[in-house]
Ligand binder design. Sequence first.
Ligand SMILES: [Fe+2]
Length: 373
Amino acid sequence: MAVKILIVDDERSNQMLMEAILLPLGYKILMAGDGIEAVEMARENTPDLILMDIMMPRMNGFDATKKLKDAEDTNIIPIVMVTALRDVEDRIRALEAGADDFLSKPIDKTELRARVQSLLKVKSYNDYMRNHQAELENAVVTRTLQLQKAFEQVKTASLESIFRLTRASEYKDEDTGAHIMRISHYAKVVAIKMGLNDQDVESILYASPMHDVGKIGIPDRVLLKPGKLEPEEWQTMIKHTTIGKKILENSSTDFIKRAEEIAISHHEKWDGSGYPNGLRGEDIPLSGRIIAVVDVFDALTSSRPYRKEPFPLEKVFTILEEGRENHFDPEVLDAFFDVIDKILEIKEEIQDESVSMLLQMVKNGTDQRGVME
Ligand SMILES: [Fe+2]
């Protein structure tokens, strides 16, 4: 494609002179008779160079140059001011308007050629750099998308493994995949209500299914005993928190660290009467305080080895309220009741025990607000 040069001059003789010098060099010549026409033509034709007269009717060369340099689509076009004026002030004004170079009238053939050729060289270098940068940016975007996809696949694979292992640990218990999924989603909506950031909400969503992973270390005679536990059986049972911590500790992954935190703290109580460490109030990690509420809610609204029928909702709410400020963090309890409609929706939604639902949850990631919230 031929290089385009726009000659802007109100005197026909000047236009023709410059055209006569430049045409033999193979450039395509465009003509404008004043600043307004120059701006319009530059926008429509994007020339590679503009030779701009200063004193013209309607719009002078300073104003036209400023307009072109201010506009994103024309500001890269080099502009040579062609003027008889040798006044320093005019040169400063031209530079302020954004002119790239000057050419004196009367026009000297050699000077015109030299200026045009050197500015076009700079222009083509700039064009190359700009295109190259655009190519690089595209390459970076493509690579980033590939990496994101790879990262998502790795994340899905690792979450899926964890969910399957969690399910294995729950297998001998009467708790089901549906139980751990409900806990997970209950915790998520409470965490959102409490104003936690997206990253914390996500880590709680993914970590909470592992809260009872330590039950894998509890003998069946204790874990599955229908009826009240003897004191020494109880001492065995409460070890599922420390066993869970041991299984999960020393991970460098955020949500496994969160899972460790939840495993060790979800049976602590607000007044310090919980286990295993008797932590009190805000010494208990918030994730543990959230799981404490939703775990009890789910236990009371599901069948258990020692109580085949779930309690009616009214009774469950009363029991939870009775736990305010002794078992439960009052703020967590408030958040829980604030989102009770969503909690009950999740309860209805997640009844199925199938692994496929768990996997669906992993694959959908955190963005399943439509279904689960
Ligand atoms: Fe537990």
